[in-house]
Design a protein around this ligand. Structure first.
Ligand code: 5GP
Length: 192
């Protein structure tokens, strides 16, 4: 997506060789028009997959997952970061390390909103080491639903997450691939 690349160049801030701040686009502020465009792109890429639910993890994945679900005409379910004892005792839970926060968080999804006959499209903001994605993939597997694929807005190719997930035979589509942040410069990779 050329428009997205341009916005990343204009608004992204390289924090280190590993981390890119995308607060202006994804993680703090959201541009509804650009987000709907991302949703249309994911919906087109997975148009033939028979998706029945889009899922994501709160909070940064929600906007683009909503846009995708809207385009596909299916519900969006977001896994919650567990902080309450009021949560459903029958929920599916996984513990995942958080790349940016440096802590471990528990994510949960109620069995009410993911069923065995679902065909699930998992949408997320950024993939780095893939820990968050692996946590949600485990939840989907335990639910009995079928994962039709994963769509991420930004794939950081210099970290192993996307590669290891593709090696598991899972379809992973990214809108933008970033090959390097070295020297404070954002270098994009080829689309796959
Ligand atoms: P992973 O579990 O793949 O290592 O990290 C995934 C999550 O960490 C993403 O959902 C994203 O919120 C956050 N994250 C990872 N790398 C970056 C980064 O370079 N910039 C920002 N803003 N968030 C990141």
């Amino acid at each position: 997506m050329e428009t997205l690349k341009q916005r990343i160049l204009n608004e992204g801030k390289v924090i280190s060789d590993q981390v890119l701040n995308l607060d202006g686009l994804l993680n703090h502020q959201v541009d509804p028009q650009l987000t709907m465009e991302m949703g249309r792109e994911f919906a087109a890429r997975f148009a033939e997959a028979g998706v029945t639910r889009v899922i994501t993890v709160e909070s940064s994945g929600i906007a683009v997952a909503f846009a995708t679900a809207y385009e596909l005409g299916v519900p969006l379910v977001f896994a919650r970061r567990k902080k309450t004892l009021l949560a459903d005792p029958d929920a599916l839970c996984e513990r995942v390390p958080s790349f940016t926060k440096g802590i471990v968080t528990d994510i949960m999804m109620s069995r009410k909103y993911i069923k065995e006959n679902d065909r699930v499209l998992f949408i997320d903001d950024i993939i780095a080491n893939g820990d968050a994605a692996r946590g949600l993939i485990k939840i989907i597997e335990r639910s009995g639903a079928e994962l039709v694929g994963l769509g991420v807005v930004v794939e950081k190719c210099f970290q192993a997450g996307a590669r290891t997930i593709r090696e598991q035979g899972i379809t992973l589509e990214s809108l933008v691939r970033i090959e390097s942040l070295e020297g404070g410069v954002i270098t994009f990779g080829e689309s796959l």
